[in-house]
Design a protein around this ligand. Sequence first.
Ligand SMILES: Cc1cc2nc3c(=O)[nH]c(=O)nc-3n(C[C@H](O)[C@H](O)[C@H](O)COP(=O)(O)OP(=O)(O)OC[C@H]3O[C@@H](n4cnc5c(N)ncnc54)[C@H](O)[C@@H]3O)c2cc1C
Ligand code: FES
Length: 292
Amino acid sequence: MHKILKMEVLGPAVFRMVVEAAQIARKRKAGQFIILSIDEYGERIPLTIADADSEAGTITLIFQVVGKTTTQLSQMKVGDVIENIVGPLGKPTHIENFGTVVCIGGGIGIAPLFPITQALKKAGNKIITILGARSKDLLILENEMKAISDETIVTTDDGSYGEKALVTGPLQRMIDAGERIDFCVAIGPAIMMKFVSKTTEPYGIPTFVSINTIMIDGTGMCGGCRVSVGGETKFACVDGPEFDGHKVDFDELTNRLHSYNDEESKALKRWNEAHGEGCRMIRQAENLSGEK
Ligand SMILES: Cc1cc2nc3c(=O)[nH]c(=O)nc-3n(C[C@H](O)[C@H](O)[C@H](O)COP(=O)(O)OP(=O)(O)OC[C@H]3O[C@@H](n4cnc5c(N)ncnc54)[C@H](O)[C@@H]3O)c2cc1C
Ligand code: FES
């Protein structure tokens, strides 16, 4: 049982939640995640540990409402309890002083990028951050990321804030200008990570991405999170979630991510009908998942 201690709205359909989880808070490292189920009938969903306070025994989760479980989570209140949280799961990010690191976050991917950037900064790297969102209101953690970055560039698809560009725009510009880049980390939608990896590959810039596959058990047993990396099958929950972006088969990953779209949207509709939330959240979720 994990009590919710804080709940905050970060943007349209993006929430920050602080939850009691003392053992996880003590052990977690940057890049790791948890799997939670809200109650005994709940679906198990993975969320990155965005932050942790080992003294207070709490972890911070940042999540975007995309379907049934995240909708349900967003409707919980301070004092409510999450029945099950398993973690820390996944391999921690390999942190060292690479030199200059470009950290690229897209949409909700900025949440998992935050603890990794924090750890890279602490290890002495020069951090150049590129944050991308579809529009200004969907940009999260800008101030938090700026505070730990030496330089921050913001892009929006519609030009409502920062530079009107995709995150690959400023990245390519930096490469063309001969800026030294020793390492690149990109977290966001699969399509974004694919094109960041394609941008850095010709220049031999090592690039790591964090894969947000479907996950069920989180222990390497169910195979739900399998992903092809360099022609080999890997399990994102135990071998990842971070992999060499130049080796990930992003097209296969994208296909697998959409495997359960029908079932997921039916589950969300059933939840909303049963709980009288109406179609607002359904529209919001469909917009966010790009289904409509
Ligand atoms: C290791 C790992 C760490 C993650 N960390 C975070 C995190 O810190 N914050 C966070 O918000 N999410 C994170 N995710 C994604 C999160 O697990 C999913 O958004 C969640 O499982 C959706 O559950 P649901 O029941 O609400 O929606 P579902 O019913 O499972 O999905 C509803 C719809 O949303 C789409 N969808 C599902 N996941 C995503 C996604 N990631 N991006 C865009 N569309 C999606 C589906 O295609 C579907 O159409 C992480 C995933 C992994 C594997
Ligand atoms: S989630 Fe089951 S093998 Fe990874």
